[in-house]
Design a protein around this ligand. Structure first.
Ligand SMILES: *Cc1c(COP(=O)(O)O)cnc(C)c1O
Length: 462
């Protein structure tokens, strides 16, 4: 079972001694020992003990194409032999960056025809923060510097992108948010909608944008950034009234719109981009994750004719050593070819999403599950001790979610928790039989979690 690596306990010891993990309590992990993933194929991971785990998160929302596609490995190999690295600074370019930029422009909606490459989603959003401010400076409106975003939105973990994000627990560490970024409330009806209907709540939360613009002064607002569907915040699918009202407000005050498509892009919502699912017209789209299906690190800002036309009139003093990295670009191109030619995005929207959606929504008959929400192949369920009141648990937020996640892990299912919401985002290539297995393992895990919750007296509402 152990193939060509040290025994698990030894790997765990070395990991604890030398490897600092992202978003992890280091000492707690060291005590427990990390689960070590050794290989993967399709939608299944294999760990160092030989367990086969259904990855209902597609890694970190990124392995849209599924694991084990040799074509992507071969594209990387060929490109490394041909030209492993060259930069795109100083008036040079190379074939993979050119072809990928052109292909992204073809796929992107509207006049999003220009691509500024980055190494990740965080980097791309840092680019966006500077680009929207520089746009207005070059337009002769240098006071337009404020960017509005949303509490519980996620835009990355660098200082700029983490400030754009609305994760308060992140802001508490390391001096975020930086000045010039303001947050408004999110359209999470289940948790924050009170007595309102979802429709009325969607309008109310969109109007919060207009109120904030007027407070700041429209002549000081550069842009609004948001995910079409919040991912890391817990797969918060907004009420249907939300986006049309946001669109109206952005147009009225001539505010740039940055759609953060890092998760929603490349088929996740059932179309190539979440902006198509919600009929949005971004000035800039942030992309990463599904762009390469996670096989190589790459992100980008996809920029409209309007914005690129202005930015191009001067030197934009910004860029990364690995902007448009040839190997990552070649891998992304091959990924896009397969997503398109094998009809993976098309099938995700027309076949897989309806099948998964019906099964997912059926989980609401479970005693622990309040609402189920799903958009394409990203879904969430809210755990609650009292469905009628949409009540949170009396226990600390996330206590029950963590219990449920641990049961999922024990049952060889990767399903994450965000507070007391359970979330999924499987590879787009997941089959109907694999969806059945996902739901079967999710139900089993929910049953086991319910037993523990009852045993420990946690079924108490706040
Ligand atoms: C993951 C994510 C990011 C950050 O991307 P990284 O590649 O981790 O830097 C930005 N925005 C959204 C919506 C994301 O989900």
């Amino acid at each position: 079972m152990i193939e060509n690596h040290l025994p698990t306990a030894e790997l765990q010891r070395l990991d604890a001694a030398h490897h600092m993990h992202p978003f992890t309590h280091g000492d707690a992990l060291a005590e427990k020992g990390a689960r070590i993933i050794t290989k993967a194929d399709g939608v299944f991971l294999t760990d160092s003990e030989g367990n086969e785990i259904l990855d209902a998160m597609a890694g970190l929302w990124c392995v849209n194409i599924g694991y084990g596609r040799k074509e992507l490995a071969e594209a990387a190999y060929r490109q490394m032999l041909q030209l492993p690295y060259y930069n795109t600074f100083f008036q040079t370019s190379h074939v993979p960056a050119i072809e990928l930029a052109a292909r992204i422009a073809e796929l992107a909606p509207g006049d999003l025809n220009h691509v500024f490459f980055a190494g990740s989603g965080s980097e791309a959003n840092d680019t966006n923060l500077r680009m929207v401010r520089q746009y207005w400076a070059m337009m002769g409106q240098p006071d337009r510097q404020v960017v509005i975003s949303r509490w519980n939105g996620y835009h990355g973990s660098s200082v700029g992108s983490g400030s754009l994000g609305g994760m308060k627990f992140m802001h508490e560490q390391g001096g975020m948010p930086i000045p010039g970024i303001e947050h408004i409330d999110q359209p999470d009806w289940w948790s924050e909608g009170g007595d309102m209907t979802p429709e009325a709540f969607g309008i109310a939360r969109a109007r919060a944008l207009e109120e904030r613009i007027l407070e700041i002064g429209a002549d000081r607002v550069a842009a609004f950034i948001a995910e079409p569907v919040q991912g890391a915040g817990g797969v918060i699918v907004p009420p249907e009234t939300y986006w049309p009202e946001i669109k109206r407000i952005l147009a009225k005050y001539d505010i740039l719109f940055v759609a953060d498509e890092v998760i929603c892009g490349f088929g996740r919502t059932g179309n190539w981009f979440g902006s198509q699912t919600y009929d949005l017209v971004p000035d800039i789209m942030t992309i990463a994750k599904g762009l390469s299906s996670g096989y190589a690190p790459i992100g980008a800002s996809v920029v409209s004719d309007k914005v690129a036309g202005v930015i191009g009139k001067g030197e934009f003093a910004h860029g990364y050593t690995y902007s448009g990295h040839p190997v990552a670009a070649a891998v992304a191109l091959e990924n896009l070819r397969i997503l398109d030619e094998e009809g993976i995005v098309e099938r995700a929207g027309s076949v897989t999403a309806p099948y998964l959606g019906a099964k997912w929504n059926s989980l609401t008959d479970h005693p622990l599950v309040g609402e189920a929400r799903i958009c394409g192949l990203m879904g969430s369920i809210a755990l609650t001790p009292d469905k009628a009141r949409r009540a949170p648990f009396a226990a600390d937020k996330g206590t029950v979610g963590l219990i449920c996640r641990e049961r999922c892990f024990a049952n060889n299912l990767v399903m994450r928790h965000v507070g007391d919401r359970m979330i999924i985002s499987p590879p787009l290539t997941i089959s109907e039989a694999e969806i059945d297995l996902l739901i079967e393992r999710a139900r089993l895990s929910l049953d086991e979690a319910l037993d523990i919750v009852n045993r420990d007296g946690l079924m108490e509402a706040a």
